[in-house]
Design a binder for this molecule. Structure first.
Ligand SMILES: NC(=O)c1ccc[n+]([C@@H]2O[C@H](COP(=O)([O-])OP(=O)(O)OC[C@H]3O[C@@H](n4cnc5c(N)ncnc54)[C@H](OP(=O)(O)O)[C@@H]3O)[C@@H](O)[C@H]2O)c1
Length: 216
């Protein structure tokens, strides 16, 4: 909460994926306690509701909504984006937190390798489906060896601090710009970025074509 000491998030809508555990859970909690309208996009509705009730015990604000999202299914991503858009909520910040470090199965429901399918392709599709999204913060930090509050601090800082509101596409750790620690040869390789973008788009379009064929 220290990074949000003087921050009031009243009037801000923040969508965050994967808040049933770990960093996402703590991030959703502190953002909600600071008055944000938090939309939790999770696959487990029961755990999401339990978390919402936990947070409501700490604050009189009642501004948490839940959207069901399973990032291992592009159909679920599409459905979640449609649900969000149908509500006509504004979106000030999108936090792409959900992810797997130790995949439970080798492939997603759409047949992609799980880490790629959930951590990258599911989020790529979410952004594309709901193109109103403006500020996008993907969790690319390095929280190893920290407790969950410390792990969430950089996410919260990047999502809310006026000091970084005009920054884009940079790498942060410990609530500070950590570009110097980045493997730039890999992370800033524009050929690789373009290839990843094109391939991701190709996969999503293939999914959309399959969906429209199955509707015929
Ligand atoms: N902790 C670290 O040291 C560390 C280091 C580097 C990067 N990260 C990244 O930071 C993020 C959060 O890490 P964490 O340690 O807080 O992870 P965590 O405790 O394992 O929590 C992961 C969250 O992602 C959700 N999730 C997983 N698969 C999903 C799916 N298919 N659809 C929707 N939600 C899904 C989980 O929901 P369920 O309850 O449904 O499983 C859970 O809410 C991840 O992206 C991770 O890769 C963490």
């Amino acid at each position: 909460m220290r990074v949000l000491k003087d921050v009031d998030l009243t009037g801000k809508t923040i969508l965050i994926t994967g808040t049933t555990a770990g960093i996402g859970k703590e991030t959703a909690r502190v953002l909600a306690l600071k008055g944000a309208h938090v939309v939790m996009a999770n696959r487990n509705l029961k755990l999401s509701e339990e978390l919402r009730n936990e947070i409501y015990k700490e604050t009189p604000h009642r501004k948490i909504d839940i959207v069901q999202l399973d990032l291992s299914s592009l159909a679920s991503v599409k459905h979640a984006a449609e649900e969000f858009l149908a509500k006509k909520w504004p979106l000030h910040v999108l936090i792409l937190n959900a992810g797997v470090n130790y995949p439970p199965s080798p492939v997603t429901k759409d047949g992609y390798e799980v880490t790629f399918g959930i951590n990258h392709l599911g989020h790529f599709s979410l952004i594309r489906e709901a193109s109103i999204f403006s500020t996008i913060y993907a969790l690319l930090l390095k929280p190893f060896g920290k407790n969950v509050e410390q792990g969430a601090a950089t996410t919260v800082y990047c999502a809310t601090s006026p000091y970084v509101e005009n920054e884009s596409g940079r790498y942060y750790a410990d609530c500070a710009d950590a570009e110097k620690d980045l493997n730039k040869a890999l992370a800033r390789d524009e050929n690789f970025q373009d290839a990843l973008w094109s391939k991701s788009l190709e996969f999503i379009q293939k999914f959309e074509q399959n969906q429209s064929h199955s509707r015929l």
